[in-house]
Design a protein around this ligand. Sequence first.
Ligand code: FAD
Ligand code: FES
Length: 365
Amino acid sequence: MNSILMTTLALTVISAIFALLLTIADRTIGNYGEVKLIINDDKEFTVEGGSSLLSTLIDQKVFIPSACGGKGTCGYCKVQVHEGGGPVLPTELPFLTKEELEKDVRLSCQCKVKQDIKIEIPEELFNVKEFEATVEDIVDLTSVIKLIRIKLPEGEEVNFKAGQYVQLKAPLYEGNDEEVYRAYSIASSPAEKDHIELVIGYVPEGIATTYVHHHLNIGDSVHINGPYGDFYYQGNDRDMLLVAVGTGVAPILSILKHMKENNIQRKATFYFGAKTPDDLFMLDYFKELEETLYDFKFVPCLSRVTEDDGWNGFKGRVNNALDEFIDTGDNKEAYLCGSEKMIDSVIESLTKKGISEELIYYDKF
Ligand SMILES: Cc1cc2nc3c(=O)[nH]c(=O)nc-3n(C[C@H](O)[C@H](O)[C@H](O)COP(=O)(O)OP(=O)(O)OC[C@H]3O[C@@H](n4cnc5c(N)ncnc54)[C@H](O)[C@@H]3O)c2cc1C
Ligand code: FES
């Protein structure tokens, strides 16, 4: 009996010592106190050390693109850290080229603020704003893709280029205990500055898409910030090839609306890829554009059709359609949106036709 008591007492004392040591470690090692954050040698903030550079910047309302919500998997959150960033971590290396490493580029979600830190970011990121907006409408485009129409607060405006994206915050909800931001391309026209439309597909067990598809209602408040991205409409007179699969249609919609509203007189062909007829959406809208846009052709492509579907359109993937319909890459540029696999196969098809990689713009979802 005595030995049981002694063992219990010894274990309790050891646990208490451990707890004390952990508290001291947390207060000393983990507590970096106030440090200075200097941006572009111009703006200076006093911030609490200890968090990632990305979340420290968000606290100061400086928004950096972060498509994976800080998990270190998208490589979007790059900033130049000239002083105070500590050594580059192994988690950053796969995303950084030799040139970027030489220019002090870091992944801001991986780099922790522990001391005074000097960073450089593109000036346009200071134009990124955060909005608490209201969901005005939700439309089912297919059984797994919704269009979300969002109204910005009264008097607020967003200025973006057709093709760019915003980040939407998925808040805490039953079954999700972390707030995350995810990237969604803007589907509406840049001319409509007080609204934003998004086209969001459902990813089973995905944090943000479960929120949008199963918890979000008309009238709810949502947090969005943006705009971001270097995928956007380029003004010139080349023929345009627009290629999208699934929700990749979102930025293409914005580009086409921009072209229509500004009566842009360029030849454009839109290849919309899906598996079955049920996965296509807004067909009437794209068909109508064939009548109302200057020189526009719509080519829906289905990769899994059966005889019963009665499909008269193109059978195959979008890259097969490009292989078949494009004769030469002369005077053409391309805008691609969809999965990594689809983009890679389309780039291969287009470069074989002689389109230079510099004239192929894309966003991998
Ligand atoms: C620039 C940019 C623009 C984007 N625009 C859009 C858009 O307009 N519409 C849109 O719907 N999405 C868009 N995305 C994708 C979007 O940002 C999210 O990645 C996606 O909605 C999944 O988020 P989630 O939080 O639901 O899933 P997560 O919680 O991040 O992921 C859950 C699991 O699903 C896997 N997963 C994530 N995405 C997919 C997928 N697409 N297919 C299969 N498995 C997946 C993950 O690897 C993970 O294992 C865009 C991404 C980028 C980078
Ligand atoms: S936010 Fe995605 S890698 Fe940093």
